[in-house]
Ligand binder design. Structure first.
Ligand SMILES: Nc1ncnc2c1ncn2[C@@H]1O[C@H](COP(=O)(O)OP(=O)(O)O)[C@@H](O)[C@H]1O
Ligand SMILES: [Mg+2]
Length: 219
């Protein structure tokens, strides 16, 4: 579902954020990407979502060739991905339920089904009591769960979470990873970046890719 061959990303200011990335990710995989701050984790996720484009090499995600000038292909690709951004990107002035439903507005389904699936996703992340709360009245951890519900509600083929363990203590970090993992299945891959390597050591059934200074240093 992801195939990267010799992928490089050089930002306009000259920063070489990623160098010669070779990577294949299959459906059903759980993949952790770790590496120090500035190593290129977020940049790699941006390539997977078609937010940035390789400046060398070739990248295919869910059957879409990621390159400039593929705008309509990239739009349909993004509908197949459930992203959990580091800063959540929820819409203020809207309830948790509305935020999740807004994340599904491009789907080819009825408003009734959108509402039903959104409610179901919020139940799965443990927010059944908070569906009608405005997001600005919710705690950081609750907002994170809204963001996860929004990502999974569209039944994406690929779930991508950038540093979901960010400012969480160990117990909560483990809980969030468990929650994200629970949405993986045979047809779906889950990719999680984290710099908290200690949380995922000894984790079975997961792939661990270490990235350093823009290159995959260990797998
Ligand atoms: N939009 C950008 N323009 C220029 N350089 C960037 C941009 N975004 C990230 N970088 C640089 O690319 C490198 C990788 O950053 P990033 O992918 O955010 O790393 P990480 O997520 O692992 O902390 C860093 O040197 C960072 O400063
Ligand atoms: Mg980052």
């Amino acid at each position: 579902m992801i195939e990267a061959r010799g992928v490089c990303l050089k930002y306009p200011n000259g920063t070489m954020a990623l160098k010669n990335i070779e990577l294949t990710i299959e459906p059903g995989e759980l993949v952790y990407i770790t590496g120090p701050s500035g190593s290129g984790k977020t940049s790699l996720l941006k390539l997977f979502m078609g937010v940035e484009f390789p400046t060398a090499g070739s990248l295919n995600v869910l059957g879409h060739h990621i390159s400039k000038g593929q705008a309509s292909g990239i739009r349909s690709l993004r509908r197949m991905i459930g992203p959990v951004f580091q800063d959540f990107r929820l819409i203020k002035g809207r309830t948790a339920l509305e935020n999740v439903m807004l994340g599904m507005r491009f789907l080819d389904t009825t408003p009734g089904l959108i509402r039903e699936n959104a409610r179901h996703a919020l139940e799965k992340v443990g927010l059944e009591q908070k569906m009608l709360s405005l997001v600005e009245h919710m705690s950081w951890g609750e907002c994170q769960r809204v963001a996860i519900a929004r990502a999974v509600a569209r039944e994406p083929a690929l779930i991508i979470a950038d540093e979901p363990t960010g400012n969480l203590d160990k117990d909560n970090a483990v809980n969030i990873l468990e929650l994200l993992k629970s949405f993986g299945d045979a047809n779906r891959a889950v990719i999680i970046t984290t710099h908290a390597t200690h949380l995922i050591e000894g984790e079975r059934h997961a792939r661990h890719i270490r990235i350093n200074n823009g290159t995959i240093s260990q797998e």
